[in-house]
Ligand binder design. Structure first.
Ligand code: SF4
Length: 384
């Protein structure tokens, strides 16, 4: 897979083990990384390895910021269709601020304001919202929108479209809704044998943005055996953030007795990070929503614990986990950095316009804001 430019600098004050791959190489496999990764720490020290990049991606940052700014500008309540991003802490914090999370547009009072989540929605949802005269703010990640556009284009050209992704995931539902007559979902390698197409020479694959890169490539390989003329999407569908977080874990995991992934159970990219850690050689890997879920018995006999987080996780939750580990004697923190990210997305157009009209701040990156007033990554500007 071609690799997209990435970056986001860690502001953590700690020892760095910089492992910077050539940003132009593919991140589809462990071979994308140099062999001379940091060696195992000496037996006497207990160490935390902190994967970089981790946590908030540009799409999540934008979506969360859109809800926060909508609350500031229009006042509560602001309705949000589905979880704005798949993270419990984020949803709870926004709820406390006055956001009301609903399952569907029908649950939003007529004429009210509603934010669509980063995962995207189908055209049908837009139509439902228009029928109810809702004022919409579409926080769909631009990288999800890109996949929607691919789907529409290939459907217009009458291709059979194989959407590799998890059936029932909101992003997959949204993408499938763009061309339901042309798209079928392929959950993974196990589904390949049952795929039926009209013309094996007019088949294209696209994918959910947050999948395991390696497993997706396996699925594509099997699909290509069945359909040798299978067409690839014009650019990566698995987004830069997913690739980068998996890439950092691939480097960190072989050095870690245990890996802790901070992220919610319904966060696709967080769950994938646990799988990637185990496949890449971690002794064990656990996912936690928050520090209180970390169990001390996981670290019995462990010398090195790797820590990372999914793309919807605020850095404050990682810091809490690091604090728990420090209390357990893992006092040294080493950064394992494999890429830098500096991707930023503008706020949704209509929200930007309303903010501008009132003279409010719309520029990015955000200025650090009051710790208790928001949950953006601006909270992460202190050292652990
Ligand atoms: S994980 Fe990727 S596709 Fe999803 S919101 Fe983040 S940048 Fe966008």
């Amino acid at each position: 897979m071609p690799h997209q430019p990435n970056n986001a600098t860690s502001d953590l004050d700690m020892k760095n083990s910089e492992v910077m791959p050539d940003p132009t190489v593919s991140l589809a496999g462990a071979s994308a990384f140099p062999a001379d990764v940091p060696s195992k720490p000496s037996a006497e020290g207990k160490k935390i390895l902190l994967a970089t990049p981790r946590g908030y991606c540009a799409g999540v940052d934008r979506a969360v910021d859109a809800v926060e700014k909508a609350l500031d500008l229009y006042g509560a309540p602001v309705y949000v269709r589905k979880e704005i991003v798949h993270n419990k802490f984020v949803v709870e914090t926004l709820t406390e601020r006055g956001a009301i999370f609903v399952h569907d547009t029908d649950d939003v009072p007529e004429g009210a304001r509603v934010v669509f989540s980063a995962h995207g929605v189908s055209p049908e949802v837009h139509e439902q919202a228009a029928r109810r005269q809702l004022m919409t703010i579409d926080a769909t990640c631009p990288l999800v929108t890109k996949v929607h556009k691919q789907a529409v284009r290939f459907a217009d050209e009458d291709f059979d479209i194989l959407l590799i992704g998890h059936e029932g995931h909101e992003e997959v539902e949204g993408t499938q809704g763009e061309a339901p007559d042309h798209i079928q979902v392929v959950n993974g390698p196990e589904d390949v044998a049952t795929v039926q197409v009209r013309d094996p020479d007019r088949v294209v694959w696209i994918s959910q943005t947050t999948l395991s890169v390696d497993e997706t490539m396996k699925t594509v390989e099997l699909l290509r055996k069945r359909f040798p003329n299978l067409i690839d999407p014009p650019s990566d569908d698995i987004c830069y953030a997913t690739q980068n977080r998996q890439g950092a874990v691939k480097v960190m995991a072989p050095m870690a007795d245990v890996v802790i992934v901070v992220g919610s159970a319904n966060s696709s990219n967080s769950v994938r990070l646990v799988e990637v850690a185990l496949e890449s050689g971690a002794g064990a890997a656990y996912r936690v929503d928050k520090a209180s879920e970390v169990q001390r018995e996981w670290f019995t006999g462990a010398k090195t614990v790797g820590v990372t987080s999914g793309a919807s996780v605020p850095e404050i939750l990682v810091r809490d986990v690091v604090t728990v580990l420090k209390d357990a004697g893992f006092t040294e923190v080493e950064n394992v950095a494999t890429a830098q990210e500096d991707v930023r997305f503008s706020l949704p157009k209509n929200l930007r316009a309303d903010l501008k009209a009132t003279g409010a701040e719309v520029d990015r990156p955000h200025k650090a804001r009051d710790k208790n007033a928001n949950i953006s990554n601006a909270r992460a500007n202190k050292s652990i």
